[in-house]
Design a protein around this ligand. Structure first.
Ligand SMILES: [Zn+2]
Length: 480
């Protein structure tokens, strides 16, 4: 798992730091305010660290590691133009300097010559399912945690190696999995977790087997016990389940507002929660200083989510123009996916194929509305149930070139998505800016062989074109 050289050289270093020394380091790095905010998370981290192999212990280093990137062309995540001939210094988990100076690096610095390749922030997927993305639905429904978490562990590494250093997870039992990544036990992206998808009976997310219907009083279904879904039909239950996700470390709350494509029993036109119920969840999230996002495709479902106070809506492929206007009027985020064909959703049959076809027709419309009304728009891939599809995560990003310039698309997948993540406010799991190359930002850095602002297709083959991947100041790939 933890290799002593090559791409995980730095992982060993950090794994070695994971006991008392890392705790000391972290105390000196973070503000006390951050420590307080992350008290609960810290308890979880200690539990996860307890699982870690001790083999790397001898390689513990107290000094923070330094990496100097030289001869880089920098896309900072915001500006449309590149800064040429720049060097970027990383110390510990943060970027500490960006300048044109050519000073000799301090002793012990790892120097990376970027050879005029483009250096940019790690990419962010605003709609991801860490536990579901690469696990076939039948395997998931069988509920054997061994195979589910083995597949998700392998996928978390692949996600990172495609250049995604952060994901917003919108459903799945991901809390301790996230801790395993954050503590260096397994490689993977940073995770902003929602935990269980909260739905009514019959909504997208109600994955009960026929034998589990009707619900037995006081008994949870398998998917609820796993933490995949929470099925609630009154306000009291709804508030309790929302609070349970937050107490486990949710950075945002995900409600299922209607039907979906991969849930044949929940038609796309159907709406689940009442406005008052959405409002109740929004109030609880607000009390925890974070926000609610709602899964919604149809206009009426989207409108109800916005009326109930959701700060973000997922998908919205079937909304009409008036509904789109409301996003801009109420300053609500649209987090959506450029689904163009079954290459993006996996092959569907029957009712699934009919529903997917409707989304493909909706995709160009919603990006048209987004541009027309200036809607705050986040990009996400929402890949589900297939390791073959997860490898197309990057293609889902380059689909944006149908409506945006390459720079606009890359900005959406970096600083733009980071602006959405910032809605998590005091429930943000990481201290420091994401999605930007700037002083004091978290050191999540990619270096491409070439310039994706000129040739966006480069992004589709990260294995070949992505030369360096750094997350949290640790080198996970360096082939320069
Ligand atoms: Zn989703």
């Amino acid at each position: 798992m933890l290799r002593s050289n090559g791409k995980y050289g730095h992982l060993i270093h950090n794994a070695g730091c994971s006991c008392a020394n890392l705790a000391l380091q972290q105390r000196s790095h973070y503000l006390s305010d951050y420590s307080r905010r992350n008290f609960l998370r810290g308890i979880g981290s200690v539990a996860a660290v307890g699982l870690m192999p001790m083999a790397g212990h001898a390689q513990t280093a107290i000094d923070p590691s330094r990496i100097l990137f030289r001869r880089a062309k920098v896309f900072d995540g915001k500006s449309e133009t590149l800064q040429a001939g720049v060097q970027v210094l990383v110390e510990g988990q943060k970027i500490v300097a960006i300048d044109k100076a050519n000073n000799p690096p301090p002793d012990g610095t790892t120097v990376v010559d970027c050879a005029d390749g483009v250096l940019m922030p790690g990419m962010i997927d605003a709609h991801w399912h860490t536990i579901y993305a690469a696990v076939p639905l039948q395997v998931l429904l069988a509920g054997d945690p061994g195979i589910i978490f083995a597949a998700s562990t392998a996928e978390a590494e692949r996600t990172l190696m495609r250049g995604f250093t952060t994901v917003r997870d919108l459903g799945g039992p991901v809390f301790t999995f996230k801790q395993a990544i954050d503590t260096g036990l397994i490689p993977g992206p940073r995770i902003f977790p929602a935990g269980a998808m909260i739905t009514t009976s019959g909504g997208h997310g109600d994955l009960r087997m026929p034998s589990e219907i009707p619900a037995r009083e006081g008994q949870l279904s398998l998917s609820e016990m796993m933490g995949s879904a929470a099925i609630v039909d009154d306000v009291g239950e709804l508030k309790r389940r929302v609070r349970e996700q937050l107490l486990q470390g949710a950075s945002q709350v995900k409600l299922v507002g209607g039907g979906g494509v991969s849930s044949p029993r929940a038609p796309l036109d159907m709406t689940t929660f009442s406005e008052a119920e959405i409002r109740a969840a929004v109030d609880v999230a607000r009390d925890w200083n974070t926000y609610v996002t709602v899964h919604a495709y149809a206009s009426n479902t989207v409108q109800r989510a916005i009326a109930g106070g959701a700060a973000c809506v997922e998908h919205a492929h079937l909304m009409d123009e008036n509904t789109a206007r409301t996003f801009a009027d109420k300053s609500v985020w649209l987090s959506t996916q450029p689904f163009l064909s079954m290459d993006d959703t996996g092959s569907q049959t029957g009712v699934g194929a009919e529903r997917a076809a409707r989304l493909f027709l909706g995709t160009p419309k919603i990006y048209g509305y987004a541009k027309k009304f200036g809607i705050k728009t986040a990009w996400g891939s929402d890949v589900l149930f297939s390791p073959a599809l997860t490898s197309r995560q990057n293609n889902m990003l380059t689909h944006l070139s149908n409506w945006y310039t390459n720079a606009e698309a890359l900005r959406m997948a970096t600083s733009g998505n980071a602006d959405l993540l910032a809605l998590s406010n005091l429930r943000t799991p990481y201290a420091g800016a994401l999605g930007v190359i700037q002083k004091d930002a978290l050191a999540d850095i990619l270096v491409w062989d070439g310039n994706p602002l000129d040739d966006f297709k480069l992004v589709e083959d990260p294995q070949r074109n992505l030369k360096v991947i750094v997350k949290d100041g640790r080198i996970f790939k360096n082939t320069l």
